[in-house]
Design a protein around this ligand. Structure first.
Ligand SMILES: *[C@@H]1O[C@H](CO)[C@@H](O)[C@H](O)[C@H]1NC(C)=O
Ligand SMILES: *[C@@H]1O[C@H](CO)[C@@H](O)[C@H](O)[C@H]1NC(C)=O
Ligand SMILES: *[C@@H]1O[C@H](CO)[C@@H](O)[C@H](O)[C@H]1NC(C)=O
Length: 256
C-alpha cells in the first residue's frame, strides 16, 4: 500500500515537473512592439490609450504564437434583416467584409481603475470600408425596392465605446485576469452606401434609389448595427482572452 502510494506520488511529481516544463516551453513572449504601462505611471490613461492603439496595429495580421487570427478583414458570411416601419425591407447580405477595423483606429482611455483594472474607452475610426453581396426586397418610404448585386458601405468618423470589467484568478502562483463583462457599442457614425444593380439594368432609377438610401442610411444602419456590434465584440473578447490568459498581470501591468 505504502509502496503504491509512493509510486503514485513519484508519478505525480514527474507529471508536475513535466507540466511545468511544458508551461515553460509553451510560454510565449508578448508580441513585438507591444507597449507596457506601469500602474505607477501618473498618466496611465494616456499610456493605456497608446498601448491599446499600438496593440491593435501589431495584431492586425494576427499572432501565430498566441493563436490570434488576423483582424483584417472581418467577415460576416450571412446576415438577414427583416424590418418594418418606414424601411419595410428584407435585407440579405452575404460575404460581408469589414476593412479598416484596426487600421488608423485611435483609442482614448477615459477611465481606468488601478485596483480592479476596470476600463472604459472610446475608439475613433476615420473610415471603415464594407463590401458585400446584397439582396433587397421590400419598400423604403413606400417606394418598392428590389435588387441584387454588389454593395458598398463606408462608415466615416465612427466613435465606439468599450467598457470592460475583470476578475482575477491564480495559476501556477501567478495572478491572471479574465474578462467578466465587456460591452461594445458603435456610438456614432456617418454612413454612405452604394448598391449596384438596384433596379437591374435601369441605372437612372438605381442612382435615384441610391440617393434615397443615402438620405436614409442612418435608419438602414440602425438595423444592421447590432450584428456588427456583436461581431466586433466577439473579436475583442477573443483577442483579450488570448492576451490575458497568456500573460500574468505583473507582466501586462507591472506595478512599477
Ligand atoms: C417580415 O416581418 C413581417 C412583420 O414582422 C412579417 O409579417 C413577414 O412575414 C416577415 N417576412 C419574412 C420573409 O420573414
Ligand atoms: C477604404 O477605401 C478607400 C477608397 O477606396 C481607400 O482609399 C482606403 O484606403 C480604404 N481604407 C481601408 C482601411 O481599407
Ligand atoms: C469626418 O470628420 C472630419 C473632421 O471633423 C470632417 O472634416 C469630415 O468631413 C468628416 N467626414 C464625413 C464623411 O462626415
Amino acid at each position: 500500500m505504502y509502496q503504491r502510494e509512493g509510486k503514485n506520488s513519484a508519478t505525480m511529481k514527474t507529471t508536475i515537473v513535466f507540466l511545468s516544463m511544458m508551461v515553460a516551453i509553451m510560454a510565449v513572449d508578448l508580441p513585438n512592439g507591444f507597449k507596457i504601462c506601469k500602474l505607477s505611471d501618473p498618466d496611465i490613461i494616456k499610456c493605456l490609450s497608446e498601448a491599446i492603439t499600438i496593440a491593435l496595429s501589431v495584431l492586425i495580421n494576427g499572432d501565430s504564437a498566441l493563436k490570434i487570427l488576423p483582424i483584417e478583414p472581418l467577415t460576416i458570411d450571412y446576415m438577414r434583416i427583416n424590418s418594418s416601419g418606414p424601411v419595410s425591407l428584407i435585407q440579405e447580405y452575404r460575404n460581408m467584409k469589414i476593412h479598416g477595423m484596426a487600421k488608423n483606429v485611435q483609442v482614448f482611455a477615459k477611465n481606468f481603475d488601478v485596483n480592479t483594472f476596470a476600463l472604459f474607452l472610446e475608439a475613433f475610426n476615420p473610415q471603415l470600408n464594407i463590401t458585400c453581396d446584397y439582396e433587397f426586397n421590400g419598400r423604403i418610404l413606400l417606394l418598392p425596392l428590389q435588387g441584387k448585386g454588389k454593395g458598398k458601405m463606408t462608415l466615416y468618423n465612427t466613435t465606439m465605446t468599450i467598457d470592460v470589467e475583470y476578475e482575477r484568478y491564480e495559476r501556477h502562483g501567478e495572478s491572471y485576469l479574465k474578462l467578466k463583462k465587456l460591452n461594445f457599442y458603435i456610438k456614432d457614425t456617418d454612413i454612405k452606401v452604394y448598391f449596384e444593380n438596384l433596379f437591374g439594368k435601369d441605372s437612372n432609377l438605381g442612382e435615384e434609389m441610391n440617393r434615397l438610401l443615402n438620405e436614409n442610411a442612418k435608419i438602414i444602419f440602425k438595423e444592421i448595427k447590432p450584428a456588427y456590434e456583436e461581431l466586433i465584440k466577439q473579436v475583442i473578447v477573443e483577442l483579450a482572452d488570448k492576451i490575458y490568459s497568456n500573460f500574468p498581470i505583473k507582466k501586462l501591468l507591472p506595478p512599477v
